[in-house]
Design a binder for this molecule. Structure first.
Ligand code: CO
Ligand code: ZN
Length: 336
């Protein structure tokens, strides 16, 4: 796995993306000499067209941040109360390990009061705490401060020949696809901006300033999407291993039909499997990029992923490889 492992294991909740940024910067330095960080923290790597002024200006975007937990209060016994940074499902985090930037590790527990015990399958965040092994408030304060943000503590692993499991596949797997496309693209007719955005999980914030500065003709976000292929899942066509998903619609975004059709056409030309995606809950950076300035024609390539926003998301490497292939092709052919 190598780079994927490094990306996924890195600490990088929303607003604290510097570790991930450093990693990507190091990886792309050789390939993209024009690389900079903007004021909000987005990493923008440019691969200019070989023949200036003829091509399209294309923005490709994947977010570096992951969801996290922020400490709000430390009690007398040294347990940390917290709230969410991004979309946390309380039922998916109970008794998981978390890690703070300084290396402090904790386990998530919940109040054993009558109300909580009656519905342990439906824990509430304000009934949960992080146990960092401290004996009292003073000890805890030496390890963690109010406002410190924890990410999940989990290692990326292969669970089968093609499937990997990790925290933060959302959206480090998208970052990986962008990195690989930026390395692979040869015939550079178009002005390419690879944007690794910050704070997607708290409201698509980095993508907004990134798109404003770049003012692209076209944009493509690469992110994860839900699947409908697990037992008793809701009705959704997208399945793991059946190909890169070309987005048609999600909660906040309708793909530009011309771009959607172009992506389908390219997938057919390349003979790679693809699936059409309608995501009923959730969105990506493309939802905000399309609204910047006078509007940007936008699309999304999604990597089908199970258990999104849990400590063990799962995706299939064949879908990842297909996404990289299609993305690289877009970089070379453009979107008009
Ligand atoms: Co997410
Ligand atoms: Zn995401």
């Amino acid at each position: 796995m190598g780079l994927i492992e490094e990306l996924c294991n890195a600490y990088g909740p929303a607003g604290r993306e510097h570790g991930v940024r450093k990693l990507i910067q190091k990886e792309l330095k050789k390939h993209c000499p024009k690389i900079h960080t903007d004021r909000l923290g987005n990493l923008i790597a440019r691969r200019p067209a070989q023949n200036a002024k003829t091509g399209e200006k294309i923005m490709l975007c994947a977010h570096m941040d992951e969801i996290g937990l922020i400490v709000t209060y430390i009690d007398k016994k040294g347990f940390l109360r917290f709230t969410n940074v991004g979309g946390i499902f309380p039922g998916r985090i109970l008794h998981q390990r978390v890690v703070f930037e300084n290396g402090t590790i904790g386990v998530i527990g919940f109040d054993r009061d009558e109300g909580s015990l009656k519905t342990p399958e439906k824990p509430k965040l304000d009934k949960m705490y992080i146990d960092i092994g401290a004996g009292n408030r003073k000890e805890a304060q030496q390890m963690v401060q109010i406002g410190d943000i924890a990410s999940f503590y989990q290692q990326a692993i292969h669970i089968s020949d093609t499937r990997i499991s990790s925290k933060a596949l959302d959206d480090r797997i998208g970052c990986y696809c962008l990195i690989e496309a930026a390395k692979k693209v040869k015939n550079r007719k178009h002005d390419l901006y690879f944007v690794f955005s910050v704070q997607e999980e708290v409201g698509l914030r980095g993508a907004r300033t990134g798109a404003f500065a770049i003012a692209p003709n076209y944009a493509l976000a690469v992110d994860v999407t839900d699947t409908g292929d697990t037992p008793e899942a809701h009705k959704m066509e997208v399945a793991l291993g059946k190909g890169t998903a070309i987005k048609v619609k999600d909660s906040w975004f309708i793909a530009n039909p011309m771009i959607k059709d172009k992506l389908v056409k390219y997938a057919k030309t390349l003979k790679i499997p693809y699936q059409l995606e309608i995501l009923e809950m959730g969105t990506t950076d493309a939802a905000i990029i399309q609204l910047v300035r006078e509007g940007v024609m936008s699309g999304v390539l999604s990597i089908p992923t199970r258990y999104i926003h849990s400590t063990n998301e799962v995706c299939d490497m064949n879908d990842v490889k297909g996404t990289i292939k299609l993305l690289t092709y877009v970089c070379e052919k453009g979107l008009s």
